[in-house]
Design a protein around this ligand. Structure first.
Ligand code: NAD
Length: 393
């Protein structure tokens, strides 16, 4: 029997797997955890809108058919010659591979950054951020050192801004809980470029700046982080900021196995794919989500977003099944629905198919995207079962 192997159950891998499950096309999915988590909502888990496991679902709750095999294991290598995936505990041969292992943080070689910062990359790290801030605030109660109450978020792209919005919502409640003056904590969002949120229009950006500043954020643009030590962020020009919590949201790169296995990659480690989302180096390997270097009609690589990942995953599910049965493959046509950034519960900024939205409407639209994704993944049953944990309006 032809072996389809999917590695990684993020947005792209899970969507491809769901497609194959629905048509009873046999495949094996290998993933580090037995659950699929919602990367785009990790800031909510870090800021305590819900418990971390509200932001995950068991893979088996979605992939129900006997023809779908799920293996919980960590992928550690690819042997392209032998068409074998190596995992922590063994080897898995494939005829067709779907590579969707997602991203890792991009540290740009900044000294000390990896060692002395927290990142928002999965459920565990979301929980760590939350617990770290709680422990720093407890330390302030013990010794009165205000550095425990300072939080630096490095990078003001979508991840950084959404996290800052969420923290600003949570910290006043944490202060009340611990008897700390809510005026004392400080959240600095430090961005190297001249603006925050380059993905949205200037007027929406202005709205985001106003909302976050009103909630108490200190937004610093044209300010580059050049070194990090334990509790100290050093900036270009010589200034340094002492902070009990340092979180890095300065960028992402594709899973390093692609480069290690000799695929043609871009500067962010993404592997080049053709119009059918097959590696240009090996048509037996489909690559999706944050791992794929796919150039749109404008010649620019499509961004590593959940929206693109789910669209790629859906097409890959279709194409890998067609490839197995000798049917023609379909080309990938990205359909940009817009960008939505949450700025805390109930508010946001963004655009829906080019129409600008902000405030409560943007917040509502963001909540609606959660239900839409659950629906895509598991139909009405999953949307109904899970929305009560995820939607906070
Ligand atoms: P990003 O690359 O989009 O943003 C990182 C920011 O960090 C940039 O603005 C960059 O200038 C800044 N930066 C880099 N080095 C710096 C330094 N030394 N000092 C200070 N600032 C520095 O990364 P991201 O925000 O993690 O997003 C990654 C991808 O995920 C993007 O494609 C994004 O669109 C997507 N995403 C989408 C959503 C959403 O749709 N709501 C949410 C999160 C992420």
């Amino acid at each position: 029997m032809t072996r389809i192997l999917i590695v990684g159950a993020g947005y792209a891998g899970m969507t491809a797997a769901t497609h194959l499950d629905r048509i009873s096309e046999p495949f094996t999915l290998i993933n580090k955890h037995s659950y699929h988590y919602f990367t785009t909502l990790l800031h909510e888990a870090a800021g305590g809108r819900g418990e971390p496991f509200h932001y995950a679902i068991p893979i088996r709750q979605v992939l129900r058919r006997a023809s779908s095999e799920v293996v919980v294991d960590e992928v550690v290598g690819i042997d392209r010659e032998r068409r074998v995936i190596r995992t922590a505990t063994g080897e898995h041969p494939y005829d067709w591979l779907v590579f969707t292992l997602g991203w890792i943080p991009e540290y740009f070689g900044i000294p000390g950054l990896r060692e002395h910062s927290l990142v928002l990359s999965n459920l565990e790290t979301a929980r760590s951020i939350r617990e770290h801030i709680e422990s720093e605030f407890h330390a302030y109660v013990q010794d009165g050192d205000v550095r425990h109450l300072r939080i630096v978020v490095g990078g003001a792209g979508l991840t950084g801004v959404e996290l800052v919005g969420e923290l600003l919502n949570w910290l006043p409640r944490l202060c009340v809980q611990l008897g700390i003056d809510p005026a004392l904590p400080e959240v600095q969002n430090i961005e190297a470029m001249p603006t925050i949120l380059p993905q949205v229009s200037e007027s929406l950006r202005e709205s985001a700046v106003q909302t976050l500043t009103r909630k108490g954020a200190k937004l610093r643009v044209n300010t580059k982080i050049v070194q990090v030590e334990r509790g100290i962020v050093r900036l270009e020009g010589g200034e340094s900021v002492e902070a009990g919590t340092i979180i890095w949201t300065g960028g992402v790169r594709a899973h390093p196995l692609l480069q290690e296995a000799g695929f043609t990659v871009d500067r962010r480690g993404r592997a080049k794919v053709n119009e059918f989302l097959q590696s240009v180096d090996d048509e037996r390997v489909f690559i999706g989500g944050d791992c794929a270097w796919f150039e749109g009609a404008d010649g620019k690589p499509v961004p590593p977003t959940a929206q693109m990942a789910t669209q790629m995953g859906s097409l890959i599910g279709d194409n890998v099944s067609s490839a197995v049965h000798g049917q023609p493959l379909k080309p990938f046509r990205p359909n940009f629905q817009g960008t939505l950034a949450s700025l805390g519960p109930e508010v946001g900024v963004g655009d829906l198919k080019g129409i600008p939205v902000k405030g409560f409407i943007a917040g509502l639209a963001k909540e609606a995207t959660k239900v839409k994704y659950l629906w895509q993944l598991g139909g009405v049953r999953l949307a109904f079962d899970k929305s009560s944990e995820l939607v906070h309006m």
